[in-house]
Structure formats: structure tokens, C-alpha cells
Design a binder for this molecule. Structure first.
Ligand code: CA2
Length: 142
């Protein structure tokens, strides 16, 4: 019997490497690597690749690289979501469906976090559900 693997990429942007270390009241107390390990156990038959960078251009390079490789991409571009037309353009330029995730409820926070340049280029967006947002996005790609 033939088995297929679903290839999904998760991209986290600036400061998300600090998850689990600081601001647990806003972002929780688990590192993303810990969370990802648990996710990988729950999503058998998935190949989930993870990339984090604090640099805008590297996030764009990864979107280009994964465009033909992945069936779906989940992105939390952090604060670049609110500023980066370049990342929005990169998402708009690829055919792979992209889901935007935010750990916190950006609409309950400062008004400058309410707008994301990425949202209109993504198939959908999940906000405010903590790290579980990434899991829900994975279900979409099932
Ligand atoms: O809620 C989200 O996921 C955000 O994308 C997180 C970004 C923020 O700029 C967005 O407005 C909303 C910030 C990520 C910072 O992550 C930290 C994690 C732990 C400690 C400090 C920062």
C-alpha cells in the first residue's frame, strides 16, 4: 500500500525564538520546539518543517524556497505582519496556500497590531488561541 506524506512548513518571525523564556502571560511558557515535538507526534503522516528567523529577507527566502516543496505553509511573521509589504508580496507570489497565525489576540492589543499586510494574501488566519492555533492550521491542511 502506498503511503503519502503531507509536507507542511511552519515559519516563525522575529522574537518568537524567545517563546517559553519571557512574557509567559502573553505567549505561554512552552518553547516552540517543545510544542512542535508534541505536534509531530500527533500528526503522523505529516512532515512538518520549522524555520524561525529574526530577519525579514530570510523569511521571504524561505517562502520562495518552500513554495514548490510544501503543500501548505503556516506563518506567524510576528511584528513584521503589521509592517511588511515585502512578506505580503512573497505570499501573494506563491501558489502554496498560507495560513497566518498569531498566538495572542492581536485585536485585544495595541491598535498598531490590528492590521496585518499578510491577511489578504493568506487563505485564512487564526488569532488568540495560543500555540494551539498552529495545530488548528495543520488540521486545515489534512
Ligand atoms: O501574537 C502573536 O503571535 C504575534 O505575532 C507575536 C509578535 C507580535 O509583535 C505580534 O503583534 C503578535 C511578537 C512575538 C514576540 O514573541 C515573544 C515571545 C516571548 C517573549 C517575548 C516575545
Amino acid at each position: 500500500m502506498e503511503t503519502t506524506t503531507k509536507k507542511i512548513g511552519i515559519i516563525n518571525g522575529p522574537n518568537l525564538n524567545l517563546l517559553g523564556n519571557r512574557e509567559p502571560a502573553v505567549y505561554g511558557s512552552k518553547s516552540f520546539e517543545e510544542y512542535l515535538e508534541a505536534l509531530q507526534g500527533q500528526f503522523v503522516g505529516y512532515e512538518i518543517d520549522y524555520f524561525q528567523s529574526n530577519h525579514e529577507g530570510l523569511l521571504i527566502d524561505k517562502l520562495h524556497e518552500w513554495a514548490d516543496e510544501k503543500e501548505g505553509i503556516i506563518i506567524n511573521a510576528g511584528a513584521y505582519s503589521h509592517t511588511s509589504i515585502a512578506i505580503a508580496d512573497a505570499i501573494g507570489a506563491i501558489h502554496t496556500p498560507v495560513i497566518e497565525v498569531h498566538i495572542s489576540n492581536i485585536y485585544k492589543r495595541e491598535s498598531y497590531r490590528h492590521h496585518s499586510y499578510l491577511s489578504a494574501k493568506c487563505v485564512g488566519k487564526i488569532v488568540g488561541l495560543g500555540l494551539e492555533g498552529y495545530k488548528l492550521a495543520l488540521y486545515y491542511f489534512k
